[in-house]
Design a protein around this ligand. Sequence first.
Ligand SMILES: NC(=O)c1ccc[n+]([C@@H]2O[C@H](COP(=O)([O-])OP(=O)(O)OC[C@H]3O[C@@H](n4cnc5c(N)ncnc54)[C@H](O)[C@@H]3O)[C@@H](O)[C@H]2O)c1
Ligand SMILES: [Zn+2]
Length: 389
Amino acid sequence: MPTTRSLLAPGRYVQGRGVLADLGTYVAAIGSVPLILADPVVRQLTEATVTESFRQAGLAVRFEEFGGIPTAAEARRVADVLSDRGCDVIIGLGGGSTIDTAKAAGDNAGIRWVSVPTVASTDAPTSALSVVYSEEGVFETYRFYSRNPDLVLVDTQLVANAPARFLVSGIGDALATWIEARAVQRANGPTLAGGMATHTGIALAKLSWDLLWENALPAVEAVRSNLVTPAVEAVVEANTLLSGLGFESGGLAAAHSVHDGLTVVPHTHHLMHGEKVNIGSITQLILEAAAAEEIREFIEFTARLGLPTTLTEAGLDHVDDEVLRMVVEAALAPEETIHNLPFSVSENDLLDALKMVEELGRSVRAEAGLPEPRAPQEERPPVPAARMA
Ligand SMILES: NC(=O)c1ccc[n+]([C@@H]2O[C@H](COP(=O)([O-])OP(=O)(O)OC[C@H]3O[C@@H](n4cnc5c(N)ncnc54)[C@H](O)[C@@H]3O)[C@@H](O)[C@H]2O)c1
Ligand SMILES: [Zn+2]
């Protein structure tokens, strides 16, 4: 049983409309030979602003194209580029996958790293870890670092200009933070920061939750029209900073294990990280025997936001038990955080809880007058990925 308590945080957090124009000034305080890792979509959106900002700060602009999947091999490739060019700081510019790869490459090359999320879709930007996947997009492992990013910079206008689905997904990721942190606290379990949670870590997870219940619906509405309102600023902070500090220093439990399990079957690959996590949050609430009213409120709230609340939306309606068992087995792997719950979970417990997500998701939607859940449009893959290899 761990007896120490720990909190991790990035060196500096900067958020605001138009702050991308100041990136050069902040980066110049960290290193003098930067490399920017971005995919072509993000590069196109940001290159003019970043180039002008770096020019003003006296920094050379070098972009490197991110390959798309945060694998160990991609991190090694980017680390070689960093070493060849003598870079002393890497900037992960984009979504969680790019940012995780920038951290891994920076660590491989022994240099400092900066997160510049261009969507508020995950809590990856602040943490001292990366989530590593296989080429097929199946969860492999968490990789931990001895430091958090030196800087996290979020331009809220850029976030508001992106499709609202990214913000919604980030809300799904961030709502899980409090659900998981309070479960870990009940179990006196370990956090990803090492040791047990501080009161501060727990309070930040709760603040993220409270801000989201207050601001998520108006923020999503504003972002649909590309507007930056105080609600949008609050949600971006909750999704990025508070959820990041809260999950890393408050602990993960079942919601993220169910996410990891869902990545094993290709049926779910159309979903974003936070969308899969939302299925995990509902599953965890069911496993915990949370009050019926609490579960229903959570399902209704997240369904109104546009998050998936049924197996149908995850592409897993009417699938064989064999498919769901693959999800369950992966979610219960020994290194998974589901074992941080204050009780043990068997395969059958988890299988039934997953099936119950479908039942509850459908009935709550019907009662709330929300449309029936829709299955993804793509044709369903015939065989689970792990069996194809
Ligand atoms: N390390 C951590 O602590 C941590 C925490 C949570 C999630 N994650 C990881 O983050 C990853 C998911 O990240 P994600 O959900 O951001 O998806 P992603 O990074 O895989 O994809 C983001 C997509 O959005 C596009 N995009 C980015 N900015 C845009 C903009 N402004 N306008 C339009 N399009 C834009 C990109 O081109 C890309 O296609 C997963 O691998 C997950 O495991 C890591
Ligand atoms: Zn997450």
